[in-house]
Write a protein that binds this ligand. Structure first.
Ligand code: ZN
Ligand code: ZN
Length: 233
C-alpha cells in the first residue's frame, strides 16, 4: 500500500465522520427527531450553526492538510499495511486510546486550571453551553492540535512495542471522531451504559453546562481516580 493510498483512505474516513456529524447536527438543530433524548431543555440560538461554521471549516481544512502531509512523509515508516489477525485491531485501538485519553485528561484539565489558557484558548469551545455535534471541533486551532498530541503519543508508544497496523489506526481514528461527535450531541447515550468505563455524552454535556470537571473524553476512569468527576444534581 503506498503512502498516497493511505492518505486518500485516511482523508475519506475523516470526511465520512464529518458528513455524519453534519447530518447529525442538522437533525439535532432543525428537526424534532431526537427531541425526547435531549439532555438540556434550552433552545439553540437561531443561526448558531452558521455562526460556528467558519471556525469548524478552518479547523477541518488545517486538520486534513496536516494529516496528509504527515502521512506523506511518515506513513511507510509507521504502519504495517498487511491484513492483521482480527484481535490485533481491538488490542491496538484500546492501547492507543488509553494513552491518548490520559493525555487529553491532563491537557484539558490544564486548560481549565490555567486561567490564561482558559481565557485565550479553551473559552472558545465553551461558548457551547448546550453543544450540537459538529461543535466537537468548534475550538481554537491550538486546542485540537494540543489534543492530537495524545494520538501521536499513543502511536509512538505502540510502535515501541510492535508495528502499528494501518487498519487499527483507521478504526481508532473513526471511533475517536464519532465519539467526539456523540459526546457533543446533547443527547442521552444509547450505548455507553453497555460498555464499561466508556464516558457517556451525559458526562461531557455536564462539563459544558458547568464549565468544569469531567475532563476526560473516552473513559470515565481518569476523572474518578483524580477526583474531578461531576455529580449530576
Ligand atoms: Zn466539548
Ligand atoms: Zn473544557
Amino acid at each position: 500500500m503506498t503512502n498516497t493510498t493511505i492518505i486518500l483512505i485516511t482523508l475519506g474516513i475523516l470526511l465520512a465522520g464529518n458528513i455524519i456529524a453534519l447530518v447529525y447536527s442538522w437533525l439535532v438543530l432543525y428537526t424534532d427527531v431526537f427531541k425526547n433524548l435531549r439532555l438540556q431543555d434550552k433552545k439553540y440560538k437561531p443561526g448558531i450553526f452558521f455562526q460556528r461554521l467558519p471556525l469548524i471549516l478552518l479547523n477541518l481544512t488545517i486538520l486534513a492538510g496536516l494529516t496528509a502531509v504527515s502521512l506523506y512523509f511518515f506513513a511507510d515508516k509507521i504502519f504495517d499495511t498487511s491484513l492483521p489477525v482480527w484481535w490485533l485491531i481491538p488490542v491496538q485501538v484500546i492501547f492507543i486510546f488509553i494513552i491518548d485519553d490520559a493525555w487529553f485528561y491532563f491537557a484539558h484539565r490544564l486548560m481549565h486550571e490555567n486561567k490564561f489558557l482558559l481565557r485565550k484558548i479553551h473559552s472558545i469551545h465553551h461558548q457551547a453551553i448546550t453543544p450540537f455535534p459538529l461543535e466537537y471541533i468548534y475550538v481554537h486551532p491550538l486546542e485540537w492540535m494540543i489534543g492530537s498530541v495524545g494520538s501521536f503519543l499513543g502511536l509512538i508508544a505502540l510502535l515501541m512495542i510492535m508495528p502499528v497496523n494501518i487498519y487499527a489506526f483507521w478504526v481508532y481514528g473513526l471511533i475517536r471522531n464519532l465519539h467526539e461527535v456523540e459526546i457533543h450531541s446533547d443527547l442521552r447515550s444509547p450505548i455507553s451504559k453497555y460498555i464499561p468505563l466508556l464516558n457517556p455524552t451525559e458526562n461531557h454535556d455536564l462539563h459544558h453546562s458547568k464549565v468544569k470537571g469531567n475532563y476526560a473524553s473516552m473513559f470515565t476512569i481518569w476523572d474518578r481516580v483524580f477526583g474531578t468527576e461531576l455529580k449530576k444534581d
